[in-house]
Design a protein around this ligand. Structure first.
Ligand code: GTP
Length: 149
């Protein structure tokens, strides 16, 4: 998945309006074309503006970073849940419709350190496993949670 990196097109010396060579609209258009933020400020006369603009950019970076971390953490758990559901309905995990690449595969712990959910020992899985009859009649299976990648 290509990641978006926040970029700021920042024009300085806004106080020197009489010497302006680039129109505001041209700066905005350029920023739009390059999918980046745009701001004009005066480092000489508006220190608060500099701080606000930089803070907004850093906030954007931090938000994107936490979103990426969330995506990375979500993939392994999605795999675990998929395996769990596959074992509940008696399908082998190899029949999963997820397109796994090597880089997307979660790093499973060794069996000695694995948490209960990661083991193949069903007695340790803390879920209500439906009986075969319930599976056939579709009872006892809770609504499948929805995921967004
Ligand atoms: N009026 C005005 N002058 C500014 C502003 N920002 C910087 N300057 C002046 O512009 C000149 C260039 O500033 P620099 O910070 O050296 O700019 P620079 O692009 O980093 O220049 P180099 O270090 O030579 O690459 C200096 O004389 C600054 O005082 C501003 O917002 N308004």
């Amino acid at each position: 998945m290509p990641f978006y990196h926040p970029v700021l097109l920042l024009a300085n010396q806004k106080d020197l309006e009489h010497l302006r060579q680039v129109r505001v609209e041209d700066g905005q258009t350029l920023a739009l074309q390059n999918n980046c933020h745009f701001a004009e400020l005066s480092a000489a006369e508006d220190l608060d503006g500099v701080e606000l603009t930089m803070t907004a950019l850093f906030r954007d970076v931090r938000t994107l970073k936490s979103q990426r971390t969330a995506v990375r953490q979500k993939k392994p758990s999605l795999m675990h849940v998929t395996k769990l559901f596959s074992s509940l309905i008696g399908r082998s995990s190899s029949s999963s419709s997820f397109n796994e690449t090597d880089t997307e595969k979660p790093k499973l712990k060794s069996s000695s350190t694995a948490s209960p959910l990661h083991t193949s020992d069903e007695s340790e899985i803390k879920v209500n496993t439906p009986t075969e009859k319930e599976v056939k009649s579709n009872k006892g299976i809770k609504k499948r949670p929805s995921f967004s990648l």
